[in-house]
Design a protein around this ligand. Sequence first.
Ligand code: FES
Length: 170
Amino acid sequence: MSVVMQADYDLETAINRIVEQYQGKPTALIMILQDIQTHYRYLPRAALDLVAERMNLPLAQVFGVVTFYRAFSLEPKGRHHLCVCTGTACHVRQSSVILDCLERKLDIHAGETTADGEISFETVNCLGACALGPLVTADEDFHGNMTVARIDKLLKKLREDTAADREAQA
Ligand code: FES
């Protein structure tokens, strides 16, 4: 079996498993898409085709959900994902300085992923914890009262985590 065919087979198996977990119920579409995104760190186009087919839904409906929710991504995301809040409360506490710092250090703009595929980041309007501003999330963790010095430490920690994961898998 060629590498491409193996990849297609793996994708189909993974999608079948996820859809079956929810018995293919149309009401579970968002959860199914969330699980696929967790698995691949984005929603591959071929996966959306398979979801539509397995769930007997029009592809346009699946795309409609994907494009409605900002949390879904059609582009590969980094192994680590950061969100910088640029809502009003965070803005008055200098979130733009944090944003500039991240763009410089990672050499990318919001919405992009580093060339090594390790880190991506985006901006959000409010993360619902305004008292902690300026606020940044890294994967599942909230980092409040963010400063440029703390961004350095956070990026160092994420890269160390990646190195440790790689070592554990070797
Ligand atoms: S404005 Fe940043 S968490 Fe609300």
